[in-house]
Design a binder for this molecule. Structure first.
Ligand SMILES: Nc1ncnc2c1ncn2[C@@H]1O[C@H](COP(=O)(O)OP(=O)(O)O)[C@@H](O)[C@H]1O
Ligand SMILES: [Mg+2]
Length: 162
């Protein structure tokens, strides 16, 4: 487990971009935190790092938005906010579990609502607003890919601050 601090929206996007550059099909990034914590901001950076030019917004009516990355595989951007009490069953019914199984990269906002479906080697990022422009990011790696993703974010954060 590692905790990083972001001092601006720009910094959250920049470290997300560094993460996006190393992501491979099968990688899952679980974003956990309240409204306004910076989950979509982080996703925007990740998308940029994957070479996606389309604007990334929270999927409002659909649960998952799919983008084509510059490297050919898809980015699935899911937002589980609107899932109800049967969140896990609803997510399975739209195939979110399969989207996290290898053909693309999955970034999931409100991932705590479907925690049971997350693969073992997921990178979990808990974002907490600690001040107007400050966010603490606590990282938990589930396996080797998660650890690589975690190290990439930590190095990027150290680079931004120097
Ligand atoms: N360090 C920071 N990192 C990310 N967002 C920040 C930061 N400081 C302030 N903000 C603001 O917090 C909000 C985050 O919004 P968003 O990414 O949509 O959150 P979420 O998807 O978690 O609901 C934005 O208005 C952004 O400008
Ligand atoms: Mg969001």
């Amino acid at each position: 487990m590692t905790t990083l601090v972001s001092n601006s929206e720009d910094m959250t996007e920049q470290i997300g971009e560094a993460l996006g550059r190393i992501l491979q099909p099968g990688d899952v990034v679980a974003l956990i935190g309240d409204l306004g914590a910076g989950k979509t901001c982080m996703t925007r950076g990740i998308a940029r790092g994957l070479g996606i030019a389309d604007p990334v917004t929270s999927p409002t009516f659909i649960l998952v938005a799919e983008y084509r990355t510059a490297r050919g595989f898809p980015l699935y951007h899911a937002d589980c906010y609107r899932l109800g009490d049967a969140a896990v069953a609803e997510a399975e019914s739209i195939g979110l579990d399969e989207m996290m199984e290898g053909s693309g990269v999955a970034v999931v906002e409100w991932a705590e609502r479907i925690d049971r479906l997350l693969p073992d080697d997921t990178l979990r990022i808990e974002l907490v607003a600690t001040d107007d422009l400050e966010r603490s990011l606590t990282l938990h790696a589930g396996g080797p890919r998660g650890r690589l993703m975690m190290e990439t974010l930590a190095q990027a954060a150290a680079g931004v601050l120097t």
